[in-house]
Design a protein around this ligand. Structure first.
Ligand code: FES
Length: 109
């Protein structure tokens, strides 16, 4: 079983199983990692924003234009930002490391 690591805003590393075919968002939810994903992966929010560790970024298949548009709305956008619901786990991504941004734009609190 491949695995992946989430780095929380406070710097903790959470290593979890990452079944092939699941999105990073689904993997986060299965493991109670706090990644929101308000639209459940339909590219209608940017609350699943994650920051890919640079060494992994080029291994991901490119973002679609729709994803780019949504990402532009994400709070704290970086050069290696992606939407977690659009990254699908593959064998190649075994060991993937992503950071959770400190804040998202969904100000529901
Ligand atoms: S969960 Fe809304 S865009 Fe990813």
């Amino acid at each position: 079983m491949p695995n992946m690591t989430f780095i929380t805003p406070s710097g903790d590393r959470v290593e979890v199983d990452a079944p092939i075919g699941l999105s990073v968002l689904e993997i986060a939810h299965r493991n109670k990692v706090e990644l929101e994903g308000a639209c459940e992966g339909s590219l209608a929010c940017s609350t699943c924003h994650v920051i890919i560790e640079p060494e992994w970024y080029d291994l991901l298949s490119g973002a679609t234009e729709d994803e780019e548009d949504m990402l532009d709305l994400a709070f704290g956008l970086t050069q290696t930002s992606r939407l977690g619901c659009q990254i699908i786990m593959t064998e190649e991504l075994n060991g993937l490391v992503v950071r959770l941004p400190a804040a998202t734009r969904n100000m529901m609190l």
